[in-house]
Design a protein around this ligand. Structure first.
Ligand SMILES: N[C@@H](CCC(=O)N[C@@H](CS)C(=O)NCC(=O)O)C(=O)O
Length: 228
């Protein structure tokens, strides 16, 4: 039975990007249902599919999975040949740790650099707490690439897996907010942004026109397009 992935709009929904890009890169077939976020009625629409009230949501027959990392685990169980986690036990344990670290952490980066693919890429001043997150993520990626990445351009080598998917929105943030990163980090970002699945998501985001309607006073950047 075909899977359905419920996602938010592609320009903003960093959590939706994670399982979406993992499924596309692994050629797992699915139907997409997109609910534009933060408009009148968006919350009610999401609640029709999940009492947790957040996207992404995976519908797999009579099962529901939610929370991006749990969706990736569900997919890894259902599609073992997709190699979403590394086959080597030690590498797999490490991949799970860095994925959980992403899922649970990096709040300053997430708050100050919300995913917005419309944002013209250029360096933007950032508080130290964001730069500390960037340094930690660069160290995580460099360590993975050195220890497990010899067979290809991704964190665990040739296969774009669940850990890469968990960090995919970070690639977007580093890119759009022009965060100061090393050449090695740029090489990894370029490999992710060269994926056909990335292009598909990005191109669709560029065609979107939904603009968030909420107006938190601390929102750091102008929403919508064009933005400077
Ligand atoms: N920890 C959740 C986060 C999900 C989340 O915050 N999703 C946002 C969109 S990126 C959402 O559904 N927002 C709608 C709302 O809060 O009303 C996950 O990993 O899936």
């Amino acid at each position: 039975m075909a899977l359905t992935l419920i996602i938010g709009n592609k320009n903003y929904s960093s959590w939706s990007l994670r399982p979406w890009i993992a499924m596309k890169a692994a050629a797992i077939p699915f139907k997409e249902m997109l609910i534009p976020l933060y408009l009148a009625g968006s919350g009610e629409e999401i609640l029709k599919h999940s009492p947790a009230g957040k996207v992404p949501i995976l519908i797999d027959g009579d099962e529901r999975a939610w929370e991006s990392l749990a969706i990736l685990e569900h997919l890894a169980d259902r599609f073992p040949d997709a190699n979403l986690w590394p086959s080597d036990r030690r590498a797999r344990s490490h991949a799970r740790s860095i994925s959980a670290e992403m899922h649970a952490g990096f709040m300053p980066l997430r708050q100050h650099c919300t995913m917005n693919l419309w944002l013209p890429p250029k360096p933007r001043p950032m508080p130290q707490e964001v730069l500390d997150n960037v340094a930690r993520i660069e160290a995580v990626w460099a360590d993975c690439r050195a220890r497990f990445g010899q067979t290809g351009p991704f964190l665990f080598g040739a296969t774009f897996g669940a850990a890469d998917a968990m960090y995919a929105p970070v690639v977007a943030r580093f890119h759009n907010y022009g965060l100061p990163v090393s050449g090695e980090t740029h090489a990894y970002m370029d490999a992710v942004m060269a994926l056909p699945a990335w292009r598909e998501w990005y191109d669709a985001a560029m065609k979107e026109t939904w603009i968030m309607q909420n107006n938190e006073p601390d929102w750091p950047l102008v929403r919508g397009k064009p933005v400077a």
